[in-house]
Each structure stands twice: as C-alpha cells, then as structure tokens.
Ligand binder design. Structure first.
Ligand code: DX5
Ligand code: ZN
Length: 216
C-alpha cells in the first residue's frame, strides 16, 4: 500500500477554517487529522464537537479523529455522529480498552489506539489483532510544532516487526514533528500514515508540500 498523508488541522488558521479545509479537499491529502484535547489528559485544549460537526459539512476527505481526552469511551456515539472515519483513543486513557475498541467498531468507525512516546508497544500484544490502526506519538501529545523524538524511528520498526510476525493488517500512523526528513525515516521503518501539522499548514505552498510528502 502506498503511504497516506493526514494533515493535522491543529496548525491551520482557525479564522479561515473553511478555506483551510477546501485546500485539503483539493490537495493530494488522504485524510484530515483532527486533534481533540480536554486540558486534563494533555495540558492544552483545542476544539470539540460543535467544530467537528461543522467541519464535516465541508470536508470531503475521511476524518481521522485523535482524542487526547480522559474517558474517550463516553464520546463514541458523538464522534460517530460527527462523521469520523477513524477514532483514535489513547492506550493510557482506557481502562477497558478491548470494550472501547469494539464499541468504536460497532459505531461504524475504524478503531485506532494511540501510544504516548513512553508507552511500550509490547502492551498492545493482546489487542493487536482487533485494531485497524496503531498511532505512535512521535512527540508528547498536546501541542503542534514540537521537536521530533528520535527513538520513534526504532519504535516504528519494532511495531512493524510485531505486526508482520502476527500476520495482521493493522496500519501504523505516526504523529508529531513529521517533515520530509523524519517522514522519510518513519516510512522506511514501516509507517503507513504520516500526520503532519505545522509542516503542511505553515508551508508557503501547502499543496506542493502535501504532494512532496505523498511522493516520499
Ligand atoms: C499533537 C497532535 C498532533 C499535532 C502535530 O498532540 O496530536 O496531531 O497537530 O503537529 P506537528 O506536525 O506540528 O508536530
Ligand atoms: Zn494528533
């Protein structure tokens, strides 16, 4: 499978959200990544359901929703109603992860589980066959524009190895500090989907940047 590009709207100009989403619609981006933060799980607050519901009316790419919140299981039906294609929940925020993953699927979405940089991939061993996607955080979640954490490349390679050994189809998504250089290294290590916030939205030519990321 050719890798996918999922620009993160967190780095967009919020005064011109519709224009930013139209740009994504007309670009070679595969998905639109949407970061929901609650100020508890992460030390920042972004946007919530009213914004997500409006985005849905303009966005023509599949919506990939990354919930950086405690108790994400409480919001599964709201995320589904907002039109999300993928719902990502943090491993660290879910006590009953298996139940949550199945509830996400029953609500008609793909299920993704996200790992913070310090969380070992071995913790996914028993849930891996049930997951459509694993999202490896390559920065600490909560903010755009942070420095890429180096050990993510080697972690991605180990994740890929685990997936291949188990013979499952789980996709690997990476998020944080992704640019042309780190993106290339992550793809070589086995990543399937690159999330990119500031590198795309702060670029002088976002279309060209997305095109280049797509052709890495
Ligand atoms: C961080 C978010 C990311 C963020 C990435 O907590 O999950 O999706 O937007 O931003 P960049 O690509 O600027 O590191
Ligand atoms: Zn994210």
């Amino acid at each position: 499978m050719k890798h996918l590009i999922a620009p993160s709207l967190l780095a967009a100009d919020f005064l011109h959200l519709q224009d930013e989403i139209e740009m994504i619609n007309h670009s070679e981006a595969d998905w639109l990544h949407l970061d929901i933060m609650d100020g508890v799980f992460v030390p920042n607050i972004s946007f919530g359901f009213p914004v997500l519901n409006d985005i849905r009316t303009v966005c023509r790419k599949p919506m990939d929703v990354h919930l950086m919140i405690v108790e994400p299981q409480k919001f599964i039906s709201q995320v589904a109603e907002s039109g999300a294609y993928v719902m990502n929940v943090h491993y660290e925020a879910c006590t009953h992860l298996h139940r949550t993953v199945y509830a996400i699927k029953e609500a008609g979405m793909k299920a993704g589980v996200t790992l913070n940089p310090h969380t070992p991939i071995s913790l996914l061993e028993d849930i891996l066959p049930d997951l459509d996607m694993v999202l490896l955080m390559t920065v600490n979640p909560g903010f755009g524009g942070q420095k890429f954490i180096e050990h993510s490349v080697e972690k991605t390679a180990r994740m890929k190895e685990m997936i291949e050994k188990r013979g499952v189809n789980t996709l690997i998504q990476v998020d944080g500090g992704v640019n042309m250089k780190t993106g290339k290294r992550l793809l070589t290590a086995g990543a399937d989907i690159l999330v990119t916030g500031s590198f795309v939205f702060k670029a002088s030519d976002p279309y060209q940047t997305i095109h280049e990321l797509k052709n890495l």
